[in-house]
Write a protein that binds this ligand. Structure first.
Ligand code: HEM
Length: 417
């Protein structure tokens, strides 16, 4: 593919490579995003080694929403929703990529989303809450018994993992395997998780094999879980085949645990950095619970960006996007946009009108697990505040090396009851 000439397009006003995981190694470059929003809210980012020579970067709240809510122009199907980085991958993987509902467009997308939608409605999640509360208490029991540890693995990772495993139908004792596989999938750019550049591919293969085993068990013995629903579902009168089952399973497992884990980890970091907010949280529950959860999710913005591909020419933020151009929408930048949020650089658990777009800017792909994630975060922080109010940080956090997920690998802590 030849690189389109974008000589008239705005360029990035700061020196940054958004494709390089090193850019995010010490956290999200919020100051650089602020300059982009102010000086070039939509700009062309070069990618010399392929993929049409680059992509548009969108950083303003209103523009990210516009792209998200215009799927007839900004397609997830055309070239997938994950920002393309490795030139050799695309063609070989596109067929498989398109099996994921994340990478479909309406109306096909709705057929697949409808299969699982009911497992994630507010009502279903409300019914699950007593179970989540008891799981949260078990997590606290185990951590208190240890006295010290890594907050990310001991606490933040546990409830999202246990919950998604239970909903989908994975036995709780296999959660360590799922944790490991999704770390290797998402952390393919991080030396702690990836032994080789193809580690992500290997982990994906292992996840599919594991999914095959779950499908076999559920075919023999159907249960009241999402795995069984997927096997019983039909789209246009045809059941999902094994590959379609496998990719659906992987999407739920990865989306269901990487994201909320990081929201909880960043939330705890924010409380350590703002002790007045932790005191306020502990003393003002239940009144502040809901606003605190939204603020934690905004502050964390665990998914930094997704990609779309323009199907038609379109003007956005004064720039001329051409059919075929890729567009990256940066939730991390949009959630600090002062034109949409008052004092966005302040962590305020009582924030009103918190119109953050950490779950997406609306539109058909709006996070399927938003209700579940909110319940998990609320229940986990409530349990921490009740049972380990004096939790303290004993060392520096270590961040995930990724240009996609705003992740934390470790926060050394001391737990006291
Ligand atoms: C704080 C936690 C979470 C955050 C920040 C988050 C964020 C996101 C974002 C940004 C999207 C894409 C939205 C778009 O393209 O418009 C998304 C989609 C999705 N999320 Fe989440 N998510 C979280 C938790 C969860 C959980 C717990 C699940 C559990 C199943 C989940 C499942 C999904 C799925 C399946 C999709 C794809 C939906 C589709 O293509 O229709 N997410 N999420």
């Amino acid at each position: 593919m030849t690189a389109p000439v974008k000589s008239d397009a705005k360029r990035c006003p700061v020196n940054i490579d958004l494709l390089d995981p090193d850019t995010f190694e010490n956290g999200v470059p919020l100051d650089k995003f602020a300059t982009m929003r102010a000086e070039a809210p939509v700009f062309w980012h070069d990618q010399p080694d392929g993929y049409g020579g680059g992509f548009w970067v969108v950083t303003r709240h209103a523009d990210v929403m516009e792209v998200s809510r215009t799927p007839e122009v900004f397609s997830s199907w055309e070239r997938g929703a994950l920002l393309l980085t490795r030139a050799e991958d695309e063609e070989a993987q596109l067929e498989m990529t398109r099996m994921l509902m994340l990478n479909m467009d309406p109306p096909e997308h709705s057929d697949y989303r409808n299969i699982v939608q009911r497992a994630f409605t507010p009502r279903t999640i409300r019914n699950l809450e007593p179970r989540l509360e008891s799981l949260a208490n078990e997590i606290i029991d185990r951590s208190l018994a240890k006295g010290t540890g890594n907050f990310v693995t001991d606490i933040a990772a546990e409830l999202p993992l246990l919950a998604i495993c239970e909903l989908v139908g994975v036995p709780p004792e296999d959660r360590a395997l799922i944790f490991d596989l999704s770390n290797r999938l998402i952390g393919a750019d991080d030396p702690d998780f990836a032994g080789s550049p193809d580690e992500g591919q290997l982990a994906m293969g292992e996840m599919y094999m594991y999914a095959d085993g779950i499908a076999e068990k559920r075919r023999e013995c159907p249960m009241d879980d999402v795995a069984t629903k997927l096997l019983q579902a039909e789209v246009d009168g045809t059941a999902l085949d094994q590959q379609q089952f496998d990719v659906f399973f992987m999407l739920l497992m990865v989306a269901g645990n990487e994201t909320t884990r990081n929201a909880i980890s960043h939330g705890m970091q924010a409380f350590f950095d703002h002790p007045d907010q932790w005191e306020l949280f502990k003393s003002s529950r239940p009144q502040v619970l809901d606003t605190a959860v939204e603020e934690i999710i905004r502050w964390a913005t665990p998914v930094m960006q997704f990609q779309r591909t323009a199907l038609k020419d379109y003007e956005l933020g004064g720039e001329q996007i051409k059919a075929g151009d890729r567009v990256a929408i940066y939730y991390s930048a949009a959630n600090r946009d002062q034109t949409a949020l008052a004092e966005p650089d302040t962590f305020d658990i009582t924030r009103k009108d918190n119109e953050h777009i950490a779950f997406g800017g609306g539109g058909p792909h709006f996070c399927l697990g938003a209700n579940l994630a909110r319940a998990e975060i609320r229940i986990m922080f409530n349990a921490i505040a009740d049972r380990m109010p004096d939790i303290s940080r004993t060392g520096d956090a270590r961040y995930l090396r990724s240009m996609f997920i705003n992740g934390i690998k470790e926060i050394p802590v001391s737990y006291t009851g």
